[in-house]
Design a binder for this molecule. Structure first.
Ligand code: HEM
Length: 199
């Protein structure tokens, strides 16, 4: 008989994986869109990432840069809402204690990385949101006007830098977090990853 392990709640698990894939997708989208030329030809519809899977039809024509920036902002705002729900869930539900087999330094490191990940998970979309509000464009949520732009160049420039810098720190800790999970799965061969699996 295998001993039952203490797991995260199903809500915590679903939020963890939705946000994890959402954040990784946002990094890819952020890097991709930043390379797009400012003077790209405008179009009324976009084949998402030229994959031939889904064509997005717009109400007014936009350049590829505008289209992907708006998509990044829309998904980013949605993720921010999910992240805030997750923070509230975390504050109101104590997570299961780390496995007893972990050494003291491993527990301390895991706890510190988790706290930092929560902070970075909030800082990343919030810095993007402030940058977008500071710009002249503001934020539309999948086409619906959400926040108008202040056209404050100084504030925008600061938050372009903040968003980039938070991104570098965030991706570093995400890699550390994934390496930790893989170490438990393939080197220690313990149940750490199972605690965060869909059940
Ligand atoms: C977890 C959420 C987010 C992630 C992981 C993310 C990631 C990124 C990345 C990797 C870049 C490229 C930075 C570079 O040039 O190196 C970027 C750029 C950008 N992001 Fe985000 N982002 C997030 C949320 C948001 C939100 C919520 C908004 C606005 C509502 C936003 C607005 C922007 C804008 C406007 C840029 C382009 C900056 C420029 O070059 O002018 N981001 N983001």
């Amino acid at each position: 008989m295998t001993a039952s392990i203490e797991r995260y709640t199903r809500t915590a698990v679903i939020l963890h994986w939705l946000i994890a894939f959402g954040v990784l997708f946002m990094f890819a989208l952020g890097w991709y869109m930043s390379e797009l030329p400012k003077d790209g030809a405008k179009a009324m519809s976009y084949d998402l990432f030229d994959l031939g899977l889904y064509t997005w039809h717009l109400a007014e024509e936009a350049s590829p840069r505008t289209f992907y920036f708006n998509l990044h902002k829309s998904i980013g705002v949605t993720l921010l809402a999910l992240i805030l729900i997750r923070v509230v869930w975390r504050l109101t539900h104590r997570p299961p204690a780390l496995l007893g087999t972990l050494k003291a330094w491993e527990k301390a490191l895991a706890n510190k990385v988790h706290t930092l990940l929560y902070l970075l998970m909030v800082a990343m979309p919030v810095s993007g949101l402030i940058m977008a509000v500071a710009s002249k464009y503001g934020v539309k949520w999948f086409g619906l006007p959400l926040l108008s732009g202040l056209d404050d160049k100084g504030l925008r420039e600061i938050f372009v830098e903040v968003h980039e810098l938070v991104g570098v720190v965030f991706i570093t800790f995400i890699v550390l977090h994934i390496l930790g999970a893989l170490k438990h799965r393939f080197i220690n061969r313990d149940d750490t990853l199972k605690r965060m699996s869909i059940h």
